[in-house]
Design a protein around this ligand. Structure first.
Ligand code: BGC
Length: 936
């Protein structure tokens, strides 16, 4: 038995992160041999050998996902944490980690400075030399910046992070980043050089083409704290002793990219001057490091019909290219980054709108390995101009995103679904670059709340996003404080609210509800009450904001809303809002947010609030039922999304009828969805939860438009913004809003984890200490394998359908419990080789479970001439077989085959005058037995 992971605030050995509330410890155990949790004990010490303790929790018998440490922390101090676990079999394990505080509330000795060069230099370097004459024990850099910075000591980058100090609401707080630079200092003279660029603080950004959003001057503040072996210490600060000079960058901006010019004369020295920025804004960081998480080789080099030389990375990715100029060292070149080729196969830049997304390089004749910094690009393709035929091995794709652990995986018998899973995962990689963004390529890249909200469930399964969302939510609450509790459409808002459009005056339902949905979803996954408590005032502020819009009807029927964004059920394609009435969507979210706030209050022990919001929710539900549901239980708006939300937030009065009507709408739409951002997020979940599991699988598996696998078959390597970003005829969708890396519809993966694999978090065991395990296989797929490294440890849920029946394989981690709900289960089944009585909801505790049974409903059909005609016709592979092999079948009028004809397929064919000869009968018995539903 071992503890294989210990995290502090959901991070591995964090340095300089905000520790305002009690830090939390989470740990995972493996190899405990079916033992139960008995107790845990946590020690904290300032020394690595734990010789003197500053905290000892004592034996804790409460089995929590994370344990808060009630510590009084000092700034700039390293703490060592040891965790011990004891099982009911008296086995023990222990493991240690550490964390180090940043400057906390300690005041800054350094000054904010900037270059005195006039006119302003776009990308200046601030520098000074430092003499080190004694042996260095530790050295830490604490840096704040208005703009982006890269800090170098003796020509070496401090740390491995990019885009520091990241993207947040700079007007409320400015993140201070800590770097351990002990190994970069040498004895003698040391060169400190900091290159600064516009970034989000000062550059062109957000929808109105704003610039200088948080400040008009680049500014740096830094303290280098050196502790020497002899016990003495020294602090080097930014102040008037620094100077500045030009960098090799002519320009650097997020949207437009960079111009690197190595012929620039950077020798002239300029003074620096101090800048007035309130040092109280400086706060220890919450942003995760953005690092190069993986690199990719160029898949191929293409020459387009127009003659453009294009690298294909084989994957829509986010980051940049690292270029080794050795083979073209004298050449100047330009790289344009883009996502798709035109139908003719040429470079397509139109959908990135005004973003220049360029890397231009002017050579000084020297060979070097270079990469553009202070920007990122969303691209699969890169057009290389200026060097003739680009050598494939000179370019490396650097995939950069916030440093999160991968936690989830899904694999099925259907390779297209497996690709779809990867597409959603790549959507997360590309759009979790410090802020959860709508898209990473065009002149937008904003923290759109609606997109983040619909995807956060999937995101939480795919990766450990707790710390990532903690920072986004911190910013969200900062915004709410300035918007009367309302949430701007994107966070940070970049003060776009000030810029005119009525659309930006208020908060939109389904978008702003991110304020309740994200903290609650994170809590279900992480089990961290400290984070939930931090965000609770924002949840409450949001629900109170809606209450103010409610004129007493308990409906939300005022204001601007994005509605069921990009739904296909509209007769007005110029209007992207879908047909489901906004007041229904808005009221549904009013109800949902009230319920989530009540649940959060309950989890935090705030029973008054829990009662208050529970009764508010009841009133909203009643008002919705009288306004939006007929007395006989019919949802009054005739859209798929209306029925989806009626089921999801539970204002349907007759769930069975509502689900049946939704199923019928899908059937009438040729088995396809027509939902937008709101409906799609819950569509499959409500179908599976309400008796139409097969319909949900059908939607997933549709290969023609509109549907998820349509995109996959069109070659998508990420999720598209629109169902028709590429149209069936190969032409490209509406250029004004056509991103090929928009994760919102990737939310279907949450259904795969929750329903197909059946991993459902429960509030009473948040952090996956207790789950509902309810896999829902369907004969449309042969097998599925899911795994999830939850905060409680590793869960596995796998199933297979065969002639033997249903087989399941589960792993439940140490200290966790799963309430088992199996589909079509008999009263007795084989569990781990033994015949066992099965009861719905029975409890499994940690261990591995192999379960097999013959289901009470058919999952595995061997087709033959005596199969039901309706079933055969429903199976696309069998229908295709009949068209190809039975003369006359293809010519039958389609209406003869509609409406579930009765009898066997043999009777049907004979009835149509298509008798089968022996040769065909033999062929059928040979070939049909191989056709399964999952080969559809
Ligand atoms: C974004 C979306 C966003 C929407 C608002 C778009 O421009 O890309 O994903 O949610 O605006 O409806």
């Amino acid at each position: 038995m071992e503890i294989y992971e210990v995290k502090i605030n959901h991070l591995h050995t964090p340095i300089g992160f905000m520790m305002r509330e009690n830090p939390t410890v989470g740990f995972k155990v493996q190899g405990a041999d079916n033992a139960e949790f008995q107790s845990a004990r946590i020690f904290v010490s300032a020394s690595e050998d734990f010789s003197s303790l500053m905290y000892d929790s004592g034996e804790m018998i409460e089995n929590l996902a994370v344990y808060p440490l009630p510590l009084r922390l000092m700034p700039r101090t390293r703490y060592f944490v040891r965790v011990q676990v004891i099982t009911n079999k008296a086995d023990r394990a222990q493991a240690s980690t550490w964390f180090e505080t940043g400057k906390m509330t300690e005041s800054w000795q350094a000054e904010w400075i900037t270059t005195a060069e006039k006119p302003d230099n776009a990308v200046p370097v601030l520098a000074r030399n430092v003499e080190v004459s004694k042996t260095v024990k530790t050295a830490r850099l604490y840096v704040g910046c208005g703009g982006l910075y890269e800090f170098e000591i003796n020509g070496q980058k401090a740390g491995n992070e990019y885009l520091t100090p990241y993207c947040n609401k700079y007007s409320s707080w400015m993140q201070a980043i800590t770097h351990d630079v002990t190994s970069l200092l040498k004895s003698g003279e040391n060169k400190l050089e900091v290159t600064m660029a516009n970034g989000w603080y000062k550059g062109r950004f957000a929808l109105d083409g704003l610039s200088d959003i948080y400040g008009s001057t680049l500014a740096l503040i830094a303290e280098l704290h050196i502790c020497y072996e002899d016990g003495s210490a020294e602090v080097i600060c930014t102040d008037n002793n620094w100077h500045s000079h030009k960098s090799c960058y002519q320009s650097a901006d997020i949207y437009d990219g960079v111009q690197l010019d190595f012929t620039r004369d950077t020798s002239e020295r300029f003074d620096v001057q101090t800048v007035k920025i309130d040092k109280k804004l400086l706060t220890d960081r919450l942003s995760l490091p953005v690092v190069v998480k993986e690199t990719r080789k160029v898949a191929s080099v293409i020459t387009t019909p127009k003659g453009e030389k294009v690298l294909d990375m084989g994957q829509n990715m986010v980051g940049w290219l690292r270029v080794d100029t050795a083979k073209f060292k004298d050449k100047n070149f330009t790289v344009r980054f883009f996502e798709v080729l035109t139908p003719e196969g040429n470079v397509y830049l139109d959908n990135i709108r005004s973003a220049k997304a360029t890397f231009s390089y002017t050579s000084d004749g020297q060979a070097r390995v270079t990469e553009p910094e202070f920007t990122f690009y969303g691209f699969r393709y890169a057009w290389i101009d200026g060097i003739g035929e680009p050598p494939q091995d000179a370019f490396t794709g650097c995939v950069a995103y916030s440093d999160m652990d991968l936690t989830g995986n899904l694999e099925t018998s259907n390779p297209l679904v497996n690709r779809l899973f990867l597409n959603a995962l790549w959507g997360q990689k590309g759009n979790f670059v410090d802020v959860p963004t709508d898209c990473p390529q065009r002149d937008e890249r904003l923290g759109w709340t609606g997109d983040a909200q619909v995807f956060c469930g999937t995101a939480n399964f795919n990766m450990d996003t707790s710390a990532f969302f903690a920072k986004y939510m911190y910013d969200m609450y900062e915004e709410q404080k300035e918007h009367g509790g309302g949430t701007p459409h994107f966070v940070p808002s970049f003060q776009d609210g000030a810029h005119g459009s009525p659309m930006f005056k208020g908060s939109s339902a389904a978008w702003a509800d991110a304020a309740t949905i994200i903290p609650w979803t994170n809590y279900l996954h992480s089990g961290d009450k400290t984070l939930l408590a931090r965000q609770y005032p924002g949840m409450k502020a949001w629900i109170e904001y809606i209450r103010k819009q409610d004129t007493g009807s308990f409906l939300w029927d005022t204001g601007f809303h994005f509605g069921d964004w990009l739904a296909l059920d509209t007769a007005r394609p110029e209007r992207p809002m879908g047909t489901t009435p906004n007041e229904m969507v808005a009221s549904a979210y009013y109800l949902y947010s009230a319920e989530l706030t009540a649940k959060a209050a309950q989890a935090l022990g705030n029973l008054d609030d829990a009662n208050e919001y529970t009764s508010l929710a009841a009133k909203i539900r009643a008002a919705m039922q009288s306004e939006f549901v007929s007395p006989n239980g019919r949802v009054t708006s005739d859209t798929q999304t209306a029925e989806v939300i009626a089921l999801f937030v539970n204002f349907a009065t007759d769930k069975a009828k509502t689900a049946a009507m939704l199923h019928k709408k899908i059937a009438d739409n040729d088995g396809h969805l027509n939902t937008g951002f709101v409906g799609t997020a819950y569509l499959n979940r409500v179908l599976s939860d309400n008796g139409f599991n097969a319909t949900a699988y059908q939607l997933l598996l549709n290969k023609n438009y509109p549907g998820w696998l349509y995109e996959v078959e069109k070659g998508a390597t990420t999720i598209w913004e629109r169902w028709n970003s590429i149209k069936p005829d190969g032409s490209l969708g509406d250029v004004s809003m056509n991103s090929f890396n928009h994760y919102a519809y990737g939310a279907v993966m949450e259904w795969m984890y929750r329903n197909c694999a059946g991993l459902q978090p429960l509030a009473e065991g948040a952090g996956f200490k207790k789950i509902r395990l309810a896999p829902q296989p369907s004969p449309q797929m042969e097998w599925l394998k899911a795994s999830y490294h939850s905060p409680a440890g590793l869960y596995r849920s796998e199933w297979r359908i065969s002639e033997r029946g249903l087989q399941f394989d589960f792993s439940i981690p140490f200290g966790a419990k799963a309430m088992l709900h199996l589909p079509d289960a008999p009263a007795e089944m084989v569990i781990n080789g033994t015949k066992t009585r099965y009861e719905d909801g029975m409890e499994l505790s940690s261990g591995v479970f192999k379960i097999e049974y013959a289901p009470t409903a058919p999952y595995y059909t061997v087709y033959g001439l005596d199969s039901a005609a309706a079933e055969v016709l429903d199976n696309a592979a069998l229908s295709a077989w009949l068209r190809e092999n039975v003369p006359g079948f293809a010519e039958l009028p389609f209406y003869l085959l509609m409406g579930s004809p009765a009898g066997t397929i043999q009777q049907l064919l004979e009835g149509f005058g298509l008798p089968l000869n022996d040769a065909i009968k033999q062929k059928i018995s040979k070939e049909w037995s191989k056709i399964r539903s999952w080969s559809v």
